[in-house]
Write a protein that binds this ligand. Structure first.
Ligand code: BEZ
Length: 211
């Protein structure tokens, strides 16, 4: 059965551009973004990997490690990285799994047989430090992902985790947030001493807590 939100993600060991990786060991106490690419030497993936490398400081600020995957061997990845660095003007600063035997792709359900029975689709898995799956997104091969949106969701997940708030539609960093409905007014007084606006008894809006 496909992995679902809240599931503990399975561990694996696989070869990568930075040597063999044990996923749980690599993750340590961090959040992780594991994202798959259909194939090496493809144009959309080339732009995505360059964009992720440039966002590395943003991921680090949030205690997030990134790890890519494609179903080609390490030698092929290394040749492709040269192209990525040349065309995207960056250095690839994270590992790319070489999943030629599809061990990880099969374990995580990254091959959708009715879409393509050989190559992985464009999936993203966000895993928290307890190894729980917190977000999964699947894009078609021809559409590049929006990694700013993935950062936005991580910010939202971490606000919920650390401050007991949810984020409304199209929320952006710095905008007002919503106190979790499961928090009583009594508890909210301790957590949000600066107060909140009650639009409805179930809808209490407050300034974004400092992250
Ligand atoms: C790409 O990554 O550029 C790509 C892969 C498969 C189909 C279309 C585009």
């Amino acid at each position: 059965m496909a992995l679902q939100l809240g599931d503990t993600v399975p561990n694996f060991t696989q070869d990568s551009t930075e040597g063999p990786i044990d996923f749980y060991e690599y993750a340590g106490d961090s959040w992780v973004i594991l994202f798959s690419h259909p194939k090496d030497f493809t144009p959309v993936c080339t732009t995505e990997l360059g964009a992720v490398a440039k966002l590395k400081p943003e991921f680090e600020k949030r205690n997030v490690k990134v790890i890519g995957l494609s179903v080609d061997p390490v030698d092929s990845h290394k040749g492709w990285i040269r192209d990525i660095e040349e065309t995207q003007a960056t250095r690839i600063n994270f590992p790319i799994l070489a999943d030629a035997d599809r061990k990880v792709s099969d374990l995580y359900g990254m091959i959708h047989m009715n879409e393509d029975n050989v190559f992985t689709v464009r999936t993203v898995f966000v895993v928290d430090p307890n190894r729980k799956l917190r977000l999964t997104i699947t894009y078609p091969a021809s559409t590049g992902r929006n990694f700013d949106e993935i950062l936005r969701v991580i910010d939202s997940l971490q606000l919920t985790e650390f401050h007991k708030v949810a984020t409304p539609v199209n929320w952006k960093e710095g905008e007002d947030v919503i106190i979790l409905p499961s928090i009583s007014d009594e508890e909210a007084q301790k957590l949000f001493p600066a107060g909140w606006k009650t639009l409805k008894p179930y809808m209490r809006v407050t300034a974004q807590p400092k992250t």
